[in-house]
Ligand binder design. Structure first.
Ligand code: NAD
Length: 356
């Protein structure tokens, strides 16, 4: 049983993790610390039993100290971050503050709490990071492994790289029991509609353009969020202190292939269920036109990484990790979730548009 502090637990992956862990480890005690930035949403935890929610900042050292003591926390699972690359290009400061200083605040609080006495009680600091720290791959280059050198290209990935290095240093220097997971692009329920898959899905339902960066041939290794949560949970339970685990879905796809799948699935869903045309009358599919007509090519993001791919063999061999869905299955589930949970995403569409 763990007494767990989950930072960023009202965000996309954090909220999925809390649901996953609540179901897989019912006796864990879970405290969520989340600042509820534009990307955080209390409603993403609706219906999850026995979770203490604290609205607050990971940079607030006094608050973090108090939570670690009051709840006798022995496990920190650190998701909280500024996470959108486009925003890091227009406003990098928030990324340095939350991703670097926030992670350092948590590490210091953990060190003081867990390592300052004579007896070192068992503890774990799991840091959730990204494959973007490794930079961009050429088409024929081998996938990122845990020993691939860091070459972050955006302020987002540079701030995540900084946080990874701090976690590594706190293990190496102070003996803090840390693990890190670096994972590929996630998609699934509760994803804020500024990221590619929910943005394109919801735009398609509203008859809005699907803005494709550049030539649409940037390749990502797509991972269903529940498969990611499984990998994080395994790293917490079975990972070795000081180790890094890459978590991927083994589903390398160019953005255009992802968009084709979104358009095809939406066309099929409307053909199979006539009530969707009434609920979403502005969707081309409501008039039996192809969703793909909404695709519009736009100027590429500056410094856009061309290809990411994850070699997850270490997590498979050492943690027993295996993703359970391919992209077609995972996206079909995700589309069904968005169609069935309009009350969750409707209020966020305006927030996403204003914030962008
Ligand atoms: P998200 O943007 O959906 O959620 C981030 C959460 O952190 C939000 O709930 C937000 O309110 C909270 N937060 C932000 N600043 C905070 C602060 N100062 N104090 C407390 N809470 C704060 O992000 P996500 O997509 O769920 O990503 C979670 C983690 O996974 C991040 O560390 C990200 O780098 C990593 N990651 C994400 C992906 C992906 O595809 N989304 C892929 C690899 C790694």
């Amino acid at each position: 049983m763990a007494d767990m502090l989950v930072t960023g637990g009202a965000g996309f992956i954090g909220s999925n993790f809390v649901r996953h862990r609540r179901a897989s480890h019912p006796s864990d005690r879970i405290v969520v610390l989340d600042l509820l930035t534009y990307a955080g949403n209390r409603a993403s935890l609706d219906g999850v039993a026995d979770v203490s929610f604290v609205e607050g900042d990971i940079c607030d050292r006094a608050l973090v100290d108090r939570l670690l003591a009051e709840h006798a926390i022995d496990t920190i699972v650190h998701f909280a971050a500024e996470s959108h690359v486009d925003r890091s290009i227009t406003g990098p400061e928030a990324f340095v503050r939350t991703n670097v200083i926030g992670t350092h605040t948590l590490l210091e609080a953990a060190r003081m709490r867990w390592l300052s006495g004579d007896a070192r009680a068992p503890h774990r600091f799991h840091h959730v990071s990204t494959d973007e720290v490794y930079g961009s791959l050429e088409p024929d280059e081998a996938a990122f492994s845990e020993t691939t050198p860091y070459r972050p290209n955006s302020p987002y990935s540079a701030s995540k790289a900084g946080s990874d290095h701090l976690v590594r240093a706190y293990h190496h220097t102070y003996g803090l029991d840390t693990t890190i997971s670096n994972c590929s692009n996630n998609y699934g329920p509760y994803q804020f509609p500024e990221k590619l898959i929910p943005l394109f899905t919801l735009n398609a339902l509203s008859g809005k353009h699907l803005p494709v960066y550049g030539d649409g041939m940037n390749v990502r290794d797509w991972l269903h969020v529940e498969d990611h949560c499984l990998g994080v949970s395994l790293a917490i339970d079975r990972g070795v202190a000081g180790e890094v685990y890459n978590i991927g879905g083994g589903q390398e796809l160019a953005n255009l292939r992802v968009i084709e799948e979104i358009c095809r699935s939406i066309d099929e869903a409307f053909a199979a269920d006539p009530s969707l045309a009434t609920r979403f009358p502005d969707a081309p599919a409501a008039q039996r036109r192809a969703t793909a007509e909404l695709v519009q090519y736009v100027t590429d993001r500056p410094g856009h990484d061309r290809r990411y791919a994850i070699d997850a063999r270490k997590a498979e061999a050492e943690l027993g990790y295996a993703p359970r869905r391919d992209f077609a299955t995972g996206f079909a589930e995700t589309l069904r979730w968005f169609l069935n949970n309009e009350e969750w995403w409707r209020p966020l569409q305006e927030r996403a548009a204003v914030a962008r």
